[in-house]
Design a protein around this ligand. Structure first.
Ligand SMILES: *Cc1c(COP(=O)(O)O)cnc(C)c1O
Length: 394
């Protein structure tokens, strides 16, 4: 082929990052191999001395995983991507690789449960000072970032209540405090929000969610600038081994080919469902970033191009009512995954956010009546009818 044309997202999801062997295979090859060989001892020496580019060992790099990394870097607009075994491997590596005892981390309180644990429990064990702020309150960010800080971690929209953090403003405050900004962009997906363009330095994903999108494998990704990825992240990654399995990379590569179709359709359904829920007398509140009633709709729309595939709502009548609704679903399934083609409902207070405790849940607005719905690819009207009949039992 002649020189590479300038292409758009849908094309990049199909073609970007491809490595084709001399067998000219069409679909991406699965290199299920832990190691690679050298023609001579001299060659091995040159490869280890970085004089010849050559795959060495799958913990460092693998062609199938490299294809995924190159594709993700292209669609995110990042200089470098490294794929990891899980989303949590991505988050923990991005946080631990550069942090030192005595340094300070500021994080939004509304984080995925395990991310919250890393900040509240793990980092302090290593002598890192950690501070939580209310992510939606810029005054709290200002106060927390008035001292020198090494790293800021946030999620927007947040799990499960879909709080929106002002990425531009927080990035500016963080940079003034000397911090790098790590954004967990799982809920928005690379389709609907580009944190690097809004000021973030590092983006992390759980590829388990929309990227696989069909509930099969775990994976994660860390994306950032060449200098940080090579000098700070890469030594940690190579030596601690959070690497992605080539098999999982191969599955996720296939998932990515339809990412834009799935996320677009699922977001449309999610918006229709949020509107239906908001009008139901059984509901205390429905949260979705594009709803007129969302307290941060304007901010959401200034940094996202769509509301995403998740809806949160609070059933009147607390835990008993929420459980009755969930147990009455006929199409929607009870599961704590998200971003799947199947619609999945979770009761955060008793599952994903059980361990953070009642006090922290109250601060986050996660009441016992709250249900998080990950909207799948089923017919939206069928989902609305399923919700309607289930809500009748609340
Ligand atoms: C799922 C998820 C993670 C963790 O990803 P795993 O692949 O389960 O390790 C981190 N952050 C958010 C927002 C998530 O939804």
């Amino acid at each position: 082929m002649s020189d590479t044309p300038k292409t758009r997202l849908a094309t990049d999801l199909i073609h970007a990052g491809r490595i084709r062997t001399n067998l000219e295979e069409n679909a991406e090859a699965l290199f299920l191999t832990s190691g690679f060989t050298y023609e001579s001892a001299e060659m091995a020496e040159a490869v280890f001395d970085n004089k010849i580019p050559h795959f060495q060992y799958t913990r460092f790099a693998n062609p199938t995983v490299t294809m995924l990394e190159q594709k993700l870097a292209k669609i995110e607009g990042a200089e470098v991507c490294r794929a990891t075994a899980t989303g949590m491997a991505a988050v923990s590596s991005a946080l631990l690789c550069g942090i030192r005892a005595g340094q300070r981390v500021v994080a939004a309180r509304a984080l995925f449960g395990s991310c919250h644990w890393i900040v509240s429990t793990l980092l302090p064990q290593y002598g890192v000072e950690t501070v939580f702020v209310e992510g939606t309150d810029l005054d709290e960010w200002k106060e927390a970032l008035s001292k020198p800080t090494a790293l800021v971690l946030l999620e927007s929209p947040s799990n499960p209540m879909l709080d929106i953090v002002d990425l531009r403003a927080v990035s500016a405050l963080a940079h003034a405090a000397g911090a790098i900004v790590v954004v967990d962009n799982v809920f928005a997906t690379p389709l609907l929000q580009k944190p690097l363009e809004l000021g973030a330095d590092v983006v992390v994903y759980s590829a388990t969610k929309h990227m696989d999108g069909q509930g099969r494998v775990l994976g994660g990704a860390v994306l950032g600038r060449k200098q940080w990825m090579e000098e700070v992240f890469q030594p940690f990654f190579r030596n601690t081994g959070p690497s992605m399995s080539p098999f999982n990379a191969w599955v996720i590569l296939k998932g990515l080919e339809t990412l834009h179709l799935r996320v677009t359709a699922q977001s449309q359904s999610a918006e229709a469902i949020a509107k239906f829920l908001e009008a139901s007398p059984k509901i205390a509140r429905a949260l979705y970033p594009t709803l007129a009633s969302h307290p941060q709709r304007e901010l959401a729309m200034s940094q996202m191009s769509g509301g995403g595939t998740l809806v949160a709502f609070e059933v009147k009548g607390g835990k008993e009512a929420a459980f009755r609704v969930m147990d009455a679903f006929r199409i929607i399934t009870i599961s704590n995954n998200l971003g799947d083609t199947k619609s999945l409902a979770t009761h955060p207070a008793t599952t994903t956010h059980m361990r953070i405790g009642a006090e922290e849940r109250a601060r986050l607005g996660i009441t016992d009546g709250c249900i998080r719905l990950s909207v799948g690819l089923e017919d939206a009207q069928d989902l609305i009818e399923d919700l309607a009949q289930a809500l009748d039992k609340a």
